[in-house]
Design a protein around this ligand. Structure first.
Ligand code: NAD
Length: 292
């Protein structure tokens, strides 16, 4: 298969390399020379323009920063990619923009799917991402075999935008459980409990959750968690703030009551503005310990 891959940053680079490894001809395009050179070193064919990348392809995959980039890139893709090409946007963007671009794709005669991911840079590199997909059954069937080369799970969530909806709801829940876990450890410490002792109890009691058992925000109990590596990401606090902002935007548009989501958004906004945007989102532990 010939696949155009647009946006070869932290996530896209690993994903494109997995498509090359799976035997596809990958045409890479990025505004950044450095990103493009890395993709070429990983076996992709560098394209000088978006239209060159999309010429004669069977699929277009995008991994871009935000809604405005996705709308602008697909504005160019429509017309240059063959109508038979399946369009797959893996970026995390707002639900409204995802629905808008899907509507434009349909009007232009394309099958398109929103397929944001969970799993971070490590998952992108290892090919173990989880894809949450929104679009028609036909679009999902076209995208699924390609996504399977980059992930361990590819799930159809519903119509256009449903993938983005699943992603932001999941990450809002992740932020809330992470903050709750940090609060529980901070209080346990103040009450004289050792972190490991509290972990051994709570991980086998009703407080058990993924933020604790797979991504523990204190060093020690889960050796691979970023807390053991000076809170290097992992998943940066800035990206969690981005996803929480998308969740708050969607909550306002759909009239959903999300009081804990709003509090989580405010806490991550404060953490980022205090100079910790580039640290892992579990650095919230230090913010809670400090109390400000
Ligand atoms: P990144 O900034 O590293 O990469 C984005 C790339 O897109 C850059 O190389 C940039 O030059 C390129 N780009 C921007 N506009 C372009 C255009 N018009 N044409 C061509 N290239 C263009 O970002 P990332 O960390 O790889 O994240 C990409 C997406 O994945 C985001 O939506 C992010 O929210 C989501 N995501 C990231 C992570 C993570 O851990 N980094 C995890 C899950 C989801």
């Amino acid at each position: 298969m010939k696949i155009a891959f647009i946006g070869l940053g932290h996530m896209g680079s690993g994903m494109a390399a997995n498509l090359v490894r799976a035997g596809h001809e990958v045409r890479a395009y990025d505004l950044s020379e450095t990103a493009l050179s890395q993709a070429m070193a990983d076996g992709a064919i560098g394209a000088a323009s978006l239209s060159e990348a999309c010429e004669g392809v069977d699929a277009v995959v995008t991994m871009l920063p935000a809604g405005q980039h996705v709308l602008s890139v697909y504005g160019e893709v429509f017309g240059v990619a063959p109508k038979s090409a399946i369009l797959i946007d893996c970026s995390t963007i707002d639900v409204e923009s995802a629905r808008q671009v899907a509507g434009q794709a349909e009007a232009a005669g394309y099958q398109m799917i929103d397929a944001p991911v969970s799993g971070g840079m490590a998952g992108a590199k290892a090919g173990t991402l989880t894809f949450m997909c929104g679009g028609t059954k036909t679009a999902f069937s076209g995208a699924e075999p390609i996504l399977a080369k980059m992930g361990k799970a590819v799930i159809h969530a519903g119509e256009a935008g449903a993938g983005q909806a699943a992603k932001i709801c999941n990450n809002m829940l992740l932020a809330i459980t992470m903050i709750g876990t940090c609060e529980a450890f901070a209080l346990a410490e103040k009450l004289g409990l050792k972190d490991q002792v509290f972990f051994d109890i709570a991980s086998k009691a009703s407080g058990q959750n993924w933020s604790m058992t797979s991504y523990c925000p204190v060093p020690g109990p889960v050796p691979a968690s970023p807390a053991n590596n000076d809170y290097q990401p992992g998943f940066a606090a800035a990206l969690m703030l981005k996803d929480l902002s998308l969740a708050m935007q969607a909550a306002a548009q759909s009239d959903a009551d999300t009081p804990l989501g709003a509090k989580a958004h405010a806490l991550y906004e404060a953490l980022c503005s205090q100079g910790h945007a580039a640290q892992d989102f579990s650095y919230m532990m230090e913010r809670i310990r400090r109390g400000a």
